[in-house]
Ligand binder design. Structure first.
Ligand code: CAA
Length: 258
């Protein structure tokens, strides 16, 4: 794998790990971080040996938001012309399942980045929020939309309009996080979940993620039509035959991603 300026990247078995590495700025997301994460995730996405990605930060911060110092002087037109956060769409479109392993602050763009992932596994020390309103702006990386879908209108409005933080327990009750684990176990637990996901057949993982995405973006009828089509398509894979034969023969499946 390539080396990057603002992140650390490593492969462990079938799992690609991306660790945000701007400790001096609590992993604030500047343009370089966006380019680095998109490039690293795309590289993993193009590698058939990778079945899951873990995205994490430091113990103190997953990411404290978009980089305020980078944005401060810009005009509205600058933000539009540069499509300041536009690159993140490529990260949200990664086919491979992505687990956000969140410890400490996941604020603003940090919370929004976690919401572009498929699982959010949080340390009991995690703090989530959309504090942009305190800066005279609003969420800009999808937060006003994804948070409503994740936790419903009233909890989202509470967070977006007051700018307050919520702890891991509240975030779990609200449905923003998949699991809360003790801070000391975060990376191990995220790694185990990633290993489990990465042991499956890639075509079925891609299909499952695509179907879950459609659920957030479509009507029920449209989503069910999509699911039926994609479900049927998987019956033309060798891995469907292998998975069902393994069940019948009471053994573990040996998937080949075909
Ligand atoms: N952008 C740029 N720098 C940041 C930053 C950010 N979002 N968050 C923290 N930093 C920097 C601080 O400026 C500080 O740098 P210096 O030492 O050079 O002053 C360093 O990281 C450490 O931060 P603090 O000293 O503030 O640490 P703390 O423990 O006292 O406070 C905190 C932690 C409560 C998270 C606080 O840093 C904070 O409120 N950060 C900003 C949170 C925020 O508003 N996020 C939203 C950003 S806007 C956005 O994300 C738009 C969008 O929707 C995409």
């Amino acid at each position: 794998t390539s080396t990057y300026e603002t992140i650390l990247v490593e492969t462990r078995g079938r799992v690609g790990w991306i660790t945000l590495n701007r400790p001096e700025a609590l992993n604030a997301l500047n343009t370089q971080v966006m380019h680095d994460i998109v490039a690293a995730a795309s590289e993993f996405d193009a590698d058939e040996r990778i079945g899951a990605i873990v995205l994490t930060g430091s113990e103190r911060a997953f990411a404290a938001g978009a980089d305020i110092k980078e944005m401060e002087a810009k005009s509205g037109l600058d933000m539009v012309m540069s499509d300041h956060f536009g690159g993140w769409a490529r990260f949200a479109a990664v086919r491979t399942p992505v687990i956000a392993a969140v410890s400490g602050y996941a604020l603003g763009g940090g919370c929004e980045l976690a919401m572009m992932c498929d699982l959010i596994i949080a340390a009991d020390t995690a703090k989530f929020g959309q504090p942009e309103i305190n800066l005279g702006v609003i969420p800009g990386m999808g937060g006003s939309q994804r948070l409503v879908r994740a936790v419903g209108y009233y909890k989202a409005a509470d967070l977006v309009l007051t700018g307050r933080m919520m702890d891991a327990a509240e975030a779990e009750r609200a449905g923003l996080v998949s699991r809360v684990v003790p801070a000391a176990d975060l990376l191990e637990e995220a790694g185990k979940a990633a290993d489990t996901i990465a042991s499956k057949s890639l075509p079925s993982l891609y299909a499952a993620k695509a179907a879950l995405d459609v659920a957030l973006e479509s009507t029920l009828a449209e989503g069910i039509r999509f699911e039926r089509h994609v479900f049927a398509g998987l019956f033309d894979t060798a891995d469907q035959k292998e998975g069902m034969a393994a069940f019948r023969e009471k053994r573990a499946p040996d998937f080949t991603n075909r």
